[in-house]
Design a protein around this ligand. Structure first.
Ligand code: ZN
Length: 79
């Protein structure tokens, strides 16, 4: 299962989406994005917010959600 975080859940107006296989990796990417784009340090409070906003995507093709191919977003195409 893929874990997804929409930045807009935390920073309204930002269309950045992070996807990762583990919560740890997701947090790491989200923290890097927050620092780089929003100039925000990852605090305990922010980490808690992020964890609350994480969604788990079922790996099924039955709905209209995009798959991993839609993963690339500014700054995080490679890692
Ligand atoms: Zn953002």
């Amino acid at each position: 299962m893929i874990k997804t975080l929409k930045c807009s859940d935390i920073m309204p107006g930002c269309d950045f989406v992070v996807r990762a296989w583990t919560e740890e990796a997701l947090l790491e990417k989200a923290a890097a994005h927050a620092q780089k784009v929003h100039r925000v340090q990852l605090t305990q409070q922010l980490a808690d917010k992020i964890r609350t906003a994480i969604r788990v995507e079922q790996a099924r093709g039955s709905d209209k959600r995009p798959t991993l191919s839609g993963l690339t977003a500014e700054g995080f195409a490679t890692d």
